[in-house]
Design a protein around this ligand. Structure first.
Ligand code: IVH
Length: 678
């Protein structure tokens, strides 16, 4: 057993080390020398090796040391990790404001926070009672990967909050969202060092991505990563901030790195617009790479009111600057057939280096675009690349023409199946309407097995094409009859016993994938993982969704007419109905698990609760879980929207607020009764 003075010293050392790491890694204002820091660190290491029972996962000595992982476990996010809509001009920015204003009561007072849009990788960080317990990637927005041990190695990420005793108390549960990245200077140093060893690293973002997803935390630790946080996903057991501006300060006071120095609060939209426009000159001066600014409504209560459309919140938007451009030769235009039959012309380019990557292909949007811009095969063209977006051809440099350039036209027949191509009045797209078109079939299979959908390992675009060509697969449901073709699979070149077994096992295992993935995999236009989740949370089964009317669909928060029409159209197609029936008969998960009742049938459906004081038998967390299980929601502050305040002993100011607003106050006993009358 460690003597009490050792226990005390260990605690003190951790506090000191955490504090000085923060001064060094977050503020870049060290107060002590590296030698002094090392002495503290070595003393802690010595005491911990003498008394291993004192080692805790949040000890600063534990950042590195986890063994390489076999793979990453999946983590379901506590709320969907939404992305952001984009605007690229002051006019579009103003239009964004006008759009959300229509949804707010007239005269609602709004202020805005402008933050840099850090070009890194989203991370979701969980803290239980102040201890960093879990860190995940964004993944598809619903489920990410557990990269806790890799994140632990990032020096600026607090393993324990609050950092100092004068910070606010850590809430019992806190989940924050941030961005892991590599600072520009660190990247350059790292790149130069690695170049000497013959290793090539192209951009800070790609290097950070590789480091975070490396299976060996020691590799991650050897890459100079950083993190910045900007959003509270979940806060339980404490009053959270009421505004985004307070959120940034609150997170900083807890000891998180926050880009506050580059964030601004505005209550005048014109000033905000000017700031965004002028900022283009600032962005290269920042220590990290950015791909624009994020404008967020400051009042968090308005976030709930405004909600989101598809996967983008209405209360925030990204302001992006015109991206890097280059000139190269357009070698050819090829037509690709997407899984919905849309024909998209694609540019084949002479390879050119642009914004961190070599580009040899770019989108040309549609035939009208090519005609309008008078883009010809053989032209020198301007190519543009913005962030992660697919590069696009902006137009030809006509002065460089030689006269040998060729005008291009959309082929009259589908390049894949030879059927005539159609175009509807008023639409720009050309379609191949043959649902049996090979290219479409292959694309649909490819999408069904892909990561955001069924995620079947060992099954990718190459397999989709090969199995189609061999006649094994004609539509997605045929994937589940592949096991009847074992012998034929074994006869394929490169397909040994082991590979075939693995593939067939992975296909069988995918039958356990949740219905949201099946729905995503169907490839209905505009229905990605987040919308799939939203639809099933409401309709509970793909069958019920198939029967939903356009009205019922568009009544859902987050579903616009475009999504509703697309869902309706997809399910009314007989071939699609057959696919759904076959998938059901093969035993795929076509509905959310039964035990959860449809949300509106639950006794607390739609009710908003606020907790205060100590309850007789339930902890706060238990009470929160119970309320959620029965369809209710727990928020942290009392407002007119609160339905009940659940009060225990020693309630705080929330009780007074409830009385003032006339919100009913209930006891644990009352809540019990409410959930029993089912
Ligand atoms: S807010 C619902 N703020 O940009 C919250 N995102 O294109 C939406 N990003 O995946 C995100 N800096 O990872 C927000 N200050 C910032 C950000 C930021 C970078 C990333 C984020 C997201 C992507 C959206």
């Amino acid at each position: 057993m460690a003597p009490p003075d050792v226990v005390k010293r260990v605690e003190q050392l951790r506090r000191l080390i955490n504090y000085h790491s923060y001064r060094y890694y977050v503020l870049a204002q060290p107060e002590i020398s590296d030698e002094e820091y090392d002495m503290l660190f070595r003393e802690l290491q010595r005491l911990e090796s003498q008394y291993p029972e004192l080692i805790t996962p949040d000890s600063p000595t534990q950042r590195v040391g986890a063994p390489p992982a076999e793979g990453f476990a999946k983590v379901r996010h506590p709320a969907p990790m939404l992305s952001l809509g984009n605007v690229t001009s002051p006019e579009e920015l103003r239009a964004w404001k006008e759009r959300y204003e229509k949804l707010l009561p007239e005269g609602t007072k709004v202020s805005w926070v402008v933050e840099p849009k850090i070009d890194g990788l989203t991370v979701v960080l969980h803290y239980e009672n102040g201890v960093f317990t879990l860190g995940a990637t964004r993944g598809d927005g619903i489920v990410g990967e557990d990269i806790t041990n890799n994140l632990r190695t990032i020096r600026s990420l607090p393993l324990h909050i609050p950092l100092t005793e004068d910070g606010p108390d850590a809430p019992p549960r806190l989940v924050v969202r941030g961005e892991a990245y590599m600072a520009k200077a660190e990247f350059e140093r790292f790149q130069t060092e690695q170049a000497k060893l013959g290793n090539k690293f192209t951009s800070p973002r790609n290097t950070a991505a590789g480091a975070l997803r490396n299976l060996d935390p020691k590799v991650t630790a050897s890459r100079p990563l950083d993190v910045l946080v900007y959003h509270i996903v979940v806060i339980e057991g404490a009053d959270g901030p009421a505004t985004q501006w307070e959120t940034l300060h609150y997170l900083r006071d807890l000891g998180f790195p926050v880009a506050l120095a580059y964030c601004r609060l505005f209550d005048d939209f014109d000033a905000l617009v000017d700031y965004c426009v002028g900022w283009v000159d600032e962005k290269d001066k920042l220590p990290f790479e950015v791909d624009g600014l994020v404008i967020k409504i400051n009042e968090l209560a308005l976030h709930d009111v405004l909600g989101f459309v598809g996967k983008d919140p209405r209360w925030a938007v990204a302001y992006k600057y015109p991206a890097a451009e280059a000139i190269t030769r357009l070698l050819d235009i090829v037509v690709e057939v997407g899984r919905t039959g849309v024909l998209t012309p694609r540019a084949v380019l002479e390879p050119v280096y642009l914004a961190g990557a070599t580009i040899s292909s770019a989108t040309l949007h549609n035939a009208d675009y090519i005609a309008e811009k008078d883009i010809r095969i053989g032209d020198m063209v301007i190519v543009r690349r913005a962030g992660e977006v697919i590069p696009q051809v902006l137009g030809p440099v006509k002065e460089l023409r030689t006269g040998d350039e060729k005008v291009w036209r959309m082929p009259e027949r589908c390049p894949s199946c030879g059927e005539p191509v159609v175009r509807y009045p008023g639409e720009v797209a050309y379609y191949c309407e043959n649902t049996a078109c090979p290219a479409q079939l292959v694309r649909r299979v490819e999408f069904f097995v892909s990561r955001p959908a069924m995620d079947i390992e060992g099954f990718g675009p190459r397999q989709a094409r090969l199995f189609y060509e061999r006649g094994f697969i004609k539509e997605i449901a045929d994937i589940y009859t592949l096991k009847e073709r074992r012998e034929e699979l074994l006869a394929l070149e490169g397909y040994g016993e082991k590979k075939v077994n693995n593939l067939l096992n992975a296909i069988e295992a995918s039958k356990g994938q949740p219905a949201t993935r099946v729905l995503t995999g169907l490839g209905i236009r505009f229905v990605g993982p987040i919308t799939a989740e939203l639809l099933l949370n409401h309709f509970r089964s793909i069958d019920a969704l198939a029967r939903a009317t356009v009205e019922a669909l568009s009544a859902l928060e987050g579903v616009g007419p475009r999504i509703a029409e697309s869902v309706r159209a997809w399910f009314s197609h007989p071939a699609n109905q057959r696919t759904v029936a076959r998938l059901t008969s093969y035993g795929l998960q076509m509905a959310l698990p039964e035990e959860e009742k449809p949300a509106e049938a639950l006794p607390l459906a739609g009710k908003i609760f606020v907790l205060t004081g100590t309850l007789p038998t339930w902890t706060r967390q238990e009470a929160t879980e119970i309320i959620k299980r029965y369809g209710g929601k727990v928020t942290s502050s009392v407002s007119r929207k609160t339905d009940y305040v659940l009060a225990g002993e020693n309630p705080g100011s929330k009780l007074q607020k409830a009385q003032q607003l006339g919100v009913p106050i209930i006891s644990e006993e009352d809540l019990r009764r409410m959930i029993q009358q089912q």
